[in-house]
Design a protein around this ligand. Structure first.
Ligand code: FAD
Length: 351
């Protein structure tokens, strides 16, 4: 089964060129060429205006941006197909600087939680404000009802049609592609997904408790202990976030992961979520991956894939650097921790 990664060429000075893979058929779009805004649905050729209808804080540095097509146009088929089998992104334009960055739509809330209705055309993005980051800082400064221009979709990779098992290593906002994969896997009968999500601070995943019962107890105790070591001001900040988020004391993303788990129960062997928090001295370890490689019978049919998504350093640590070859970003050889492990036939893809 083949993967079809898109290629994103991003020279630093504001040019952004996307060579789309598979569904987007290898066409090249050059940001530096004049682009026209169109009042139609999302498309890869021109920026389409959306309205920022809601900005929901997730932590002190990240928020979910809900964007609604200004024209009320329906999603193109490429988006509908994208939700079924791929990891995909959109680009957002910073109009003053004329630069664009990629962001990964979260699954529609109504697709995660049955009965929770939201406009199906809304695009939701989890965006972290990078310190000194041009586009993310610009976006975080925008008030609700602002116009934001989007272009896409861009396919980052396609899931093999026979995919049965996924181990997803996500760092920080790498959770967004993980949620895309989780909702796609929820449609695949008998599939199984292990999601290992690492964050620097607990505020990104308040109330997130890993699925395994034994380690739950340990994590719980450790969390309580670490909380007791934190300063009062941090506790107060955490409390405000908890109050903002939910009566049950769970962060927004944690609640959505719970809902995805619930949804995956119907047809699959389930979605397991494991939380790791740096300041609590809980890091993903090789053994956490190794024990999930062999859980299922080796003769079981279907593709088994390890996906790694997050900041550059996170991807490099786990799977080695992605490379630039002839002006194109490519997977590069498997390196890092996974490169030194016996992966028992599992394939690795760096997002
Ligand atoms: C396919 C894809 C999907 C993505 N999905 C998401 C997503 O869902 N959510 C999300 O939050 N992000 C996502 N990203 C990352 C996103 O595209 C941006 O890279 C991110 O928001 C930072 O962009 P920026 O313009 O704010 O920062 P930039 O201006 O690009 O700066 C990035 C960092 O580099 C530092 N920096 C800038 N210039 C210099 C310099 N000259 N020397 C040294 N340091 C410098 C800045 O201080 C900052 O910390 C995705 C990226 C890709 C490729």
């Amino acid at each position: 089964m083949s993967w079809f990664p898109s290629v994103i060429l991003r020279p630093r000075a504001g040019t952004l060129i996307v060579l789309g893979g598979s569904a987007l058929g290898g066409a090249a779009y050059r940001y530096t060429q004049p682009t026209s805004s169109s009042d139609t649905s999302l498309n890869p050729h021109a920026f389409t205006p959306y309205t920022l209808v809601k900005k929901q804080a997730v932590s002190s540095t990240s928020a979910i941006f809900t964007l609604r097509n200004r024209n009320g146009s329906p999603d193109p088929d490429s988006v509908k197909e994208g939700w079924k089998r791929s990891v995909w992104s959109v680009q957002i334009k910073q109009p003053q600087l004329q630069i664009a960055r990629a962001y990964t739509p979260l699954p529609p809330a109504e697709a995660i939680q049955k009965g929770k209705r939201e406009d199906p055309e809304d695009i939701r993005l989890l965006i972290r404000q990078e310190e000194g980051g041009e586009v993310s800082s610009y976006l975080h400064r925008l008030p609700e009802q602002s116009t934001i221009e989007l272009r896409g979709p861009n396919t980052e990779c396609e899931l093999p049609h026979d995919i049965k098992q996924v181990i997803f290593l996500a760092g920080g906002t790498g959770i967004a592609p993980a949620m895309q994969v989780a909702q796609a896997m929820a449609r695949r009968t008998d599939s199984k997904m292990h999601l290992l999500w690492a964050n620097r601070r607990r505020e990104e995943c308040i109330g997130g408790i890993s699925d395994e019962t034994e380690s739950n107890k340990i994590v719980h105790n450790r969390s309580a202990w670490w909380r007791s070591l934190l300063g009062l001001s941090q506790l107060a900040a955490e409390q405000t976030l908890v109050d903002n988020h939910s009566a049950q004391g769970k962060g927004v993303i944690v609640q959505e992961l719970d809902a995805l788990k619930e949804r995956s129960r119907a047809h699959t062997k389930g979605l397991e979520v494991h939380y790791y928090v740096d300041v609590e001295k809980r890091f993903i370890k090789p053994v956490d991956v190794a024990r999930r490689l062999g859980l299922d019978a080796p003769e079981e049919k279907g593709s088994k894939v390890i996906l790694v998504s997050g900041p550059e350093g996170f991807i490099e640590h786990w799977a080695g650097k992605k490379l630039w070859v002839g002006g194109r970003e490519v997977q590069g050889p498997l390196g890092g921790v996974l490169g030194r492990m016996d992966l028992k036939g599992w394939r690795v893809f760096k997002l």
